[in-house]
Ligand binder design. Structure first.
Ligand code: PGA
Length: 261
């Protein structure tokens, strides 16, 4: 059975002083359990201090971004190697805000996935369609293309470590959530394409998260769906809601997650 994940994406919020306070609160209030994982993706400047606070806890820390080279003349960037050396084991790759606002393309995202895996960092690959693509019935085709290009030349033995987050762009930060069936349909398609690229066994093991206006009210019904293994949560990750979502997920009895591709 796949372990559920509640992941928070703080985006460009919270300086290190504020981050330390939040990390202490999360450490005190999120209950330890063996049935789910909690990961927080914090701004680069907070990574070190937050990891010091959380090092003895079950909460994991991830970076929101890194560059695909190991070191060199890349002003303003940090590398996967630097993250690993700082004890960071997770990183978001290909979030739609990075694709849209910072021009990250599929080729760069593919290089980042390869580099993260080389340094034993678990990449959380974000994919998702925009409203126009959804309205033109292009969602499935587009998501399949995003997955295939991000995983190009990524070997089977490494692919199992990847986590995927399906985040429809029209649902991010808008308060419009994909309903549970829409989200399930695409997460199922993602599992299907993973089965085609690799095999069914691997496809049944990879965790697929839903992201886009997840909150305390809608989290449970989304996370109960067969192919949704948790959430990547933006806005609500900076509220008390995040703690409740993380604590609730271990109480819910999820049906056996069988592969059905
Ligand atoms: P949201 O953001 O929960 O605020 O919609 C999700 C994300 O961008 O990862």
């Amino acid at each position: 059975m796949r372990k559920k994940i509640v992941a928070g994406n703080w985006k460009m919020n919270k300086n290190p002083f504020e981050a330390i306070e939040i990390a202490k609160k999360l450490k005190n209030e999120i209950k330890n359990n063996n049935d789910s994982e909690t990961i927080i993706f914090v701004p680069s400047i907070d990574l070190f201090c937050v990891s010091e606070i959380l090092k003895a806890s079950q909460i994991k820390i991830g970076a929101q971004n890194f560059y695909f080279e190991n070191n060199g003349a890349y002003t303003g960037e940090i590398s996967a190697q630097m993250l690993k050396e700082t004890g960071i084991n997770y990183a978001l790759v290909g979030h739609s805000e990075r694709r849209i606002l910072f021009g990250e393309n599929d080729e760069m995202i593919n290089k980042k996935i390869a580099r993260a895996l080389e340094h034993q960092i678990t990449p959380v690959l974000c994919v998702g369609e925009n409203l126009q693509q959804r309205e033109n019935n292009l969602t499935t085709e587009f998501i399949r293309m995003q997955i295939k290009s991000a995983l190009k030349n990524i070997k089977l033995k490494n692919a199992g470590k990847i986590i995927i987050a399906y985040e429809p762009i029209w649902a991010i930060g808008t308060g419009k959530t994909a309903d549970k069936n829409q989200a399930q349909e695409i997460c199922y398609e993602i599992r299907k394409v993973l089965g085609e690229i690799y095999n069914l066994n691997l496809a049944s093991q990879i965790r697929i998260l839903y992201g886009g206006s997840v909150n305390l009210k809608n989290a449970d019904e989304l996370f109960e769906m067969q192919d949704i293994d948790g959430g990547l949560i933006g806005g609500a990750s900076l509220k008390e809601d995040f703690i409740s979502i993380a604590n609730n997920i271990c109480k819910t009895n999820f049906a056996d997650m069988e592969i059905h591709v």
